[in-house]
Each structure stands twice: as C-alpha cells, then as structure tokens.
Design a protein around this ligand. Structure first.
Ligand code: MG
Ligand code: ZN
Length: 230
C-alpha cells in the first residue's frame, strides 16, 4: 500500500512536470532548478547573478520556502519578476507548485525561469519540476563530505556551484576531495567556484546560465573534477 501511495505521488508530479515543460516550450522559455541545503547561499548567488544576466537574459524566479516571503523580497528588490511559493511545512518543491506559479509570471516576456528550491539537500532531488537543467549548490561551510553523503543532490545536476569561497580560510573544507568526489559522481557536471560576497566566479556561472537559456546543454565551464579557481 505504501509503495502504491508513493508511486501515485510521483506519477502526479511527473504529469505536472510534463505540463510545465510543454507550457515553457510553447513560450520558448527554459528552466533551471537550483537546489542545495538551507543557508548554502542560493538566494545570495541569485542576487549577484541576476543583475549580470540582465538585460540580455530576461529571468523570472520562483522562490520555494516553508514560510515567509523574505527571499522573494530580496529578488523583487533587484527588479526581477518573482513568485514566492510557500510549501507550509513541505520540505521540497513539486511540479504542481511550479505549474500553478507559472501563471503568475509573464512567460511571453521571459527567457529563463529559475526555481530556487526549498533549502534541503535531500528530497528536492527526487522531484522533477519540469526543468531543463539542475544546478546544485554546496557552500564551503557545509563540509567536504556532502557529495558523498547526499549523492542524489549532485548526481543529476548539469552544474555544481561551490559557494562562499571567501570563507575558505576560516573553515575546514577540502576542496580537492570535493572535486574528486564530484568528478566520480557526475563527471559531466560543470563545476563553478564562487563567492557572492566578493563577486568571484560569477562571470563563468553567468555564461553557463546564458548557454542553458539558449538550449545549449553543453554550456561553458570546466567539467566536474577539474575545478579552476577564478
Ligand atoms: Mg533562499
Ligand atoms: Zn521533502
């Protein structure tokens, strides 16, 4: 019985994800699902990245959180269309959430929709949101063991972004180990080393977003396991 219930939930999700993909392609819009643990710096990264992408790339953002509109307010403050999705206790976004929220974004005037998932390194990875690519975020403050402990977060990601690199002198984080583990887990993923605080590594990541928006799934950036500090 439990298995049947779980399957029904995932089937419902996958149907909605297909609807999302159809709706997006009807408008020529591409979508990215940004995933990572709570506090890994997803919103801060978007705050720095969105102004770089504008005006060439017209982005819309969906913010997934359990409570508050704090993150949506930060995105709205930089003038990017945003919808806050409140899961009210749910620990991940689902495709039906995204499908409903797309009605609130001006899709005719957007090139790329970025969904910032609920801060959680675990179950968001199990739910297809109808995205064209996943970007997994890991901050140096979380620890170098995370790719091994949460492999699903990284396994299907087209890109992996290491955040808060400015904290590296203050934390114990073995960047070499992480690049090796990511290279083993997902050798095709593009790897980006960034600091939103210092503005480091954002040009390379912006190029990846532009490539994704053009439908170029082989977008620029070093492959996993060959991280370059920039
Ligand atoms: Mg956030
Ligand atoms: Zn969950």
């Amino acid at each position: 019985m439990e298995v049947r219930v779980l399957r029904r939930v995932l089937e419902k999700n996958d149907r909605a994800a297909d609807e999302v993909r159809e709706l997006l392609s009807a408008h020529g819009v591409r979508a990215i699902n940004l995933l990572g643990g709570a506090g890994c710096g997803k919103t801060a990264l978007l705050e720095r990245l969105l102004p770089i992408l504008r005006p060439a790339l017209r982005c819309g953002v969906l913010e997934g959180d359990l409570a508050t509109t704090l993150d949506a307010e930060r995105i709205a403050a930089i003038g990017v269309p945003v919808t806050q999705l409140l899961t009210e206790g749910g620990c991940h976004l689902t495709a039906p959430h995204v499908r409903r929220a797309l009605d609130s974004l001006p899709l005719d005037k957007r090139d790329l929709v970025i969904s910032e998932n609920v801060g959680n390194p675990i179950c968001p990875a199990n739910f297809d949101l109808g995205e064209h690519a996943r970007l997994a975020a890991l901050s140096v403050a979380e620890g170098a063991d995370k790719p091994q402990k949460y492999p699903l977060l990284f396994k299907d990601a087209a890109g992996v972004v290491i955040t808060k690199l400015d904290l590296l002198p203050h934390v114990s984080f073995d960047l070499h180990r992480v690049t090796l583990d990511l290279g083993r887990l997902n050798p095709a993923a593009r790897l980006f080393l960034t600091s939103a605080e210092r503005g480091h590594g954002l040009a390379g990541l912006a190029a990846w977003f532009r490539g994704m928006a053009r439908g170029n799934d082989d977008a620029t950036g070093p492959r996993g396991g060959r991280a370059i500090l920039n």
